[in-house]
Design a protein around this ligand. Structure first.
Ligand code: WTA
Length: 649
């Protein structure tokens, strides 16, 4: 483990909200001593309550926790309306299109556009509190506006990332029984138009019968098919709508959104988030971890289809009243300087991206950042996967000029916001290390009985107390919620939240995330279950058996490696493109495998269990340390090794 430590920039610390580790510990100890009092204070200070809550935390039905019980508020009010008095003319959303077109939307403009959108949802589509609305959107302002409009009328949005296939979109529509899909004709990427609406058409031809209407925003004006009666032109309809619309009074615990994510078993699960607890932590982490203030320009490069986009492009920045930069394109187009040019042009103060992007930008343009004026940068962030020390160092030195803190933020779709992260004015940072749990978050590295792990020993990363922005349940599947998150670890006899990640403490009690310990893989920060990929491949008639594993990848973090056994007589020519086209149809292009190896069989025990560890070792080119004599057919190992060697040649 690296011993290098970088102290916070003293100039930055002076003006920061949390200025030192003493202040950090003061906050964290306050939470430890009086947990409910800690959250009560922040909830009262930060949230614009319309009716006060009468209990901070209700644990009576654990692990179905309730926060700020019976309080009434509205997330759209928290993000928009309450800022109008002081910040109406401040830019809320600063949009840059793929082609460099810029749109500046003030809080006043945003309020009007959200209200119009909310009226459209209510009046034209009968959307009301509790209805589910699916968004299949590109990165354009209307995506954020649609989210806020849903929040305003009390509808529950479920955003499906634009890289998912029609089949995946259909499954998510059906699981949530959504009434409306909001999409766009398409958008621009790398200078060219691409289409989204045809994927919605296909999804609805495959199923999704609950959908009554499709609302289409025009972005690139490409020609698209139109189903009369079902499809509606947003740009035409929105004109006539009033820009005044009262927000719905929402209970603290009313669901704000669903976001589907992958687990180690079965199909993707609809992670359900609440209103008050979620927005409170989204706002607090913006303030602590990014320390946004004044006229700061905050840029998170995620897609709104992922939790990072939800919390740190839309909800967190707007709740904190800051200016959020939203970008339609990719940071490598037209060249590797695009992101740095945008930082210079817009004077970005906080920049938040994924390790994969950092590795790509590093590889494409080691000295590229030096060509631009990046002096506006104060805080750099990373999220989504473990970052490796070389990428971290380049980010720190070449991008941050050795003066910006790097906040390596560990969190998950289920946690709603950051959980473990440096605080930029306080925490001495170490490369590739998430450091400490944020104040109020009780993260522990334990074994399944709750015993703490020794320094240097990897254990289960658990959160041993409920927190406001935590997942409330899996949509329509309370049982799976308990099984997925509250069945693997106990502390003092009580089930605690297990993240699925492993972690380790160093001698200074710094936390380093070691990665998933379950069958979830992380490709370029996209989370996928091996079971889900296997189920997709098995749908093909020629496939007898399949095993999917993740292997380390220089740029993507991990890549997908598939072992496939074909049925007798099946054609094994072009097996790679054949299986990849199935994955692209069933899940989307993000699920494409780098390696697909046809093997004569899989290593199984006599009871039929696949020995994945052997498959992992072979794929990584490592020595096999397991005892293979217990396999039903020990000779299979050499055959698999041969098949892999042939493909790798
Ligand atoms: C991984 C993304 C190491 C982790 C916000 C987690 C990380 C999963 C980090 C969640 C980090 C996220 N260091 N690993 N800083 N941040 N992860 O739900 O394995 O898309 O469980 O949420 O990403 O992915 P998700």
């Amino acid at each position: 483990m690296s011993k290098e430590v970088f102290n916070p920039n003293p100039e930055f610390s002076k003006q920061a909200r949390v200025k030192s580790m003493d202040e950090y510990w003061e906050l964290q100890n306050r939470a430890k001593d009086d947990y409910e009092g800690f959250w009560d204070g922040f909830a009262k200070e930060k949230i614009d309550w319309i009716e006060p809550y009468n209990k901070v935390l209700d644990e009576s039905k654990a692990p179905f926790y309730k926060w700020f019980v019976d309080g009434k508020m509205n997330v759209c009010n928290q993000c928009v309306d309450r800022h109008l008095k002081d910040k109406g003319d401040k830019i809320a959303i600063l949009f840059e299109g793929d082609k460099g077109d810029v749109e500046k939307i003030t809080y006043n403009d945003l309020s009007k556009r959200v209200n119009k959108f909310a009226n459209l949802l209510k009046e034209n589509f009968g959307i009301k509190k509790g209805d589910r609305v699916v968004l299949y959107m590109p990165m354009i302002p209307e995506a954020a506006i649609a989210m806020l409009a849903c929040a305003r009328v009390g509808a529950i949005h479920s955003i499906v990332f634009g890289g998912f296939s029609a089949e995946a979109l259909k499954d998510r529509i059906e699981d949530a029984s959504a009434k409306l899909v909001i999409t766009a004709d398409g958008a621009f990427r790398k200078g060219k138009p691409y289409l989204l609406k045809p994927v919605v058409d296909e999804a609805l031809s495959l199923g999704g019968k609950s959908i009554e209407a499709v609302l289409v925003v025009k972005r690139n004006n490409e020609e698209i098919a139109w189903v009369d009666g079902r499809d509606h032109n947003f740009n035409e309809l929105i004109e006539a709508k009033s820009d005044i619309c009262d927000f719905e009074l929402m209970d603290s615990e009313d669901p704000l959104f669903l976001l589907y994510t992958s687990g180690s078993t079965g199909k993707p699960k609809g992670v359900q988030h609440s209103s008050a607890g979620y927005i409170l932590w989204a706002q607090m982490t913006m303030e602590w971890v990014f320390d946004v203030k004044g006229d700061d320009i905050f840029w998170c490069t995620a897609d709104i289809g992922w939790i990072t986009g939800h919390t740190y492009i839309v909800y967190g920045p707007l709740a904190a009243g800051t200016t959020t930069l939203m970008f339609e394109g990719v940071p490598t187009y037209p060249d590797a300087g695009r992101a740095w040019k945008m930082v210079e042009t817009h004077k970005v103060n906080q920049f938040y991206t994924a390790p994969t992007a950092i590795r790509v930008l590093h590889k494409m343009g080691e000295n590229e950042p030096s060509k631009y004026d990046l002096s506006s940068l104060k805080v750099l962030g990373t999220v989504g996967e473990p970052i490796d020390p070389p990428a971290w160092k380049w980010y720190y030195e070449a991008v941050g000029g050795s003066k910006c803190a790097i906040v390596d933020t560990w969190w998950q779709t289920e946690t709603g916001g950051h959980m473990i992260s440096p605080i930029p004015g306080a925490t001495p940072i170490k490369p590739a290390c998430a450091t400490f749990a944020l104040p109020g978050i009780m993260a522990e590295i334990i074994n399944s009985d709750g015993e703490p792990k020794e320094v240097g020993e990897t254990g289960l990363l658990c959160i041993t107390k409920p927190w406001p922005s935590m997942i409330r349940t899996i949509w329509n599947d309370d049982e799976r919620y308990v099984k997925s998150y509250f069945s693997d670890a106990k502390k003092d006899g009580k089930a605690v939240y297990f993240s699925g990640d492993g972690a380790v403490l160093d001698e200074d009690n710094y936390i380093t995330i070691t990665g998933r310990v379950d069958d979830v893989i992380n490709v370029s920060g996209h989370r996928m279950g091996t079971a889900e990929i296997e189920a997709a491949v098995k749908k093909d008639d020629s496939v007898a058996e399949v095993a999917v594993i993740g292997v380390p990848h220089e740029i993507k973090g991990e890549s997908i490696f598939i072992y496939v056994v074909l049925k007798d007589g099946s054609n094994s020519e072009d097996i790679k493109s054949h299986i990849n086209s199935i994955l692209s149809d069933e899940i989307g292009n993000i699920a494409k495998a780098d390696d697909i190896v046809e093997v004569p069989g899989l290593p199984k025990t006599r009871s039929g269990k696949i020995m994945r560890r052997i498959l992992r070792a072979i794929a990584k080119g490592e020595e096999i340390t397991q005892d293979t004599s217990t396999l039903e057919d020990p000779s299979i190992v050499a055959k698999i090794e041969d098949a892999v060697a042939k493909v790798k040649k």
